[in-house]
Ligand binder design. Structure first.
Ligand code: NDP
Length: 336
């Protein structure tokens, strides 16, 4: 139950203190605190402050290097690589962001392949700013083996999210961001914490039998891909794009057993950027509005991103909703 409100700036400052306390550089603390606070502000609860336990455990067990300095490589005119050097993916993106935009303006399209990186957040914070600048952006991340490929009997894929962002004429970008498993792992953890059952068809237990118990999925069981063989193929593509193409690990390739509590998958991220200003015919933003109008005429009232944008407005107007318990927990982490 929500009983207090904090400003975005207050939450960022508190989260920065925690990241610094757990051994990140100032730049990484600032980037991750901003990212995590954005998720909380937008009501993306599975990737807001809920994730601070995973971040701090991964840092405390030295699974991830909070002081890592990423390096950029110029692979081709439209192909940049970043080695995150066992650090977080977001500072790696920050390093290459302007170069990626320059290459996209020059070539019409460019891609950024981040490897040796840890991504524990949502993807929309990475992409939405690109769409606000007039670019179409697509990103994939693989995670850790917790999803059984369609027709298989054991986990190979991660929850493997894909996100897409595109500009519109009115300024509010179109953004979707979704796991390709039946649900995000963070939501399974939240369901377990709250004693809630999962929707049927979400996962299997340790023997491969269907289960709606989140604890059985988390303890030896696995998730299923969304949409049967179709979701499974998209998840396979995400493994190839985020690992084979970037040079990072597949979801099943890294071993974090020596770092109990570690929660940040050590994999890769791919970002493809397209210059929407080069679209043929009418401006891309105008054409995007045409599609939205048609969908609305067909009865659609809920668009991807809409839930977040509504939460964002409420948080901007009233402050970010936290419980006293959550704030106390964060303050304890900040002084640990
Ligand atoms: P959801 O299923 O909640 O939402 C997926 C997308 O669909 C969102 O863009 C959402 O918009 C939109 N949406 C939801 N409901 C509707 C509806 N009724 N009509 C139209 N659009 C709708 O997301 P997931 O649970 O699959 O993923 C949650 C997050 O987990 C993602 O941000 C993803 O990046 C992250 N994740 C991160 C991983 C990592 O390793 N870093 C691994 C796996 C997932 P809206 O936001 O407005 O609700």
């Amino acid at each position: 139950m929500t009983d207090l409100r904090v400003s975005f700036a207050e939450l960022v400052t508190l989260l920065e203190t925690i990241f610094l306390r757990f051994g990140t550089s100032e730049q990484t603390a600032s980037i991750l605190a901003d990212n995590c606070a954005r998720c909380e502000r937008d009501g993306a609860k599975s990737h807001g402050i809920f994730r601070m336990q995973g971040y701090t455990d991964s840092l405390a067990t030295r699974w991830v290097d909070g002081m890592a300095i990423p390096t950029i490589e110029d692979a081709a005119a439209g192909f940049l690589r970043v080695d995150a050097r066992n650090g977080f993916a977001q500072p790696a993106l920050a390093l290459a962001r302007e170069a990626l935009i320059d290459r996209t303006r020059t070539n019409g399209i460019a891609l950024l392949a981040i490897r040796n990186s840890h991504h524990l957040s949502a993807l929309w914070p990475d992409l939405e700013p690109f769409a606000e600048q007039g670019f179409i952006a697509l990103s994939t991340v693989n995670s850790f083996a917790c999803t059984v490929p369609h027709g298989g009997h054991s986990a190979v894929f991660g929850t493997n999210p894909v996100a897409f962002a595109a500009p519109t004429q009115t300024g509010t970008p179109i953004v979707f961001d979704m796991a390709t498993s039946s649900m995000a792992n963070g939501d399974v953890q939240i369901a377990a914490r709250n004693g809630q059952a999962l929707p049927p068809g979400s996962g299997v237990d340790t023997n491969g039998n269907p289960t709606i118990d989140p604890n059985e999925v988390l303890n030896g069981g696995a998730l299923l891909p969304f949409g049967g063989h179709k979701g499974s193929s998209i998840s396979m593509m995400i493994e190839l794009m985020s690992a084979a193409l970037t040079g990072g690990h597949y979801s099943f390739e890294f071993d974090w057993s020596g770092h109990p509590g570690a929660a940040t998958p050590y994999t890769g991220q791919l970002i493809i950027l397209i210059n929407a200003a080069l679209a043929g015919g009418a401006p891309f933003g105008v054409r995007a509005e045409t599609l939205i109008d048609q969908m609305q005429s067909a009865g659609v009232s809920r668009f991807p991103g809409q839930h977040r944008f509504a939460n964002r407005k409420s948080s901007d107007d009233l402050g970010i909703a936290l419980t006293t318990q959550e704030l106390n927990w964060l303050e304890t982490l900040a002084t640990r």
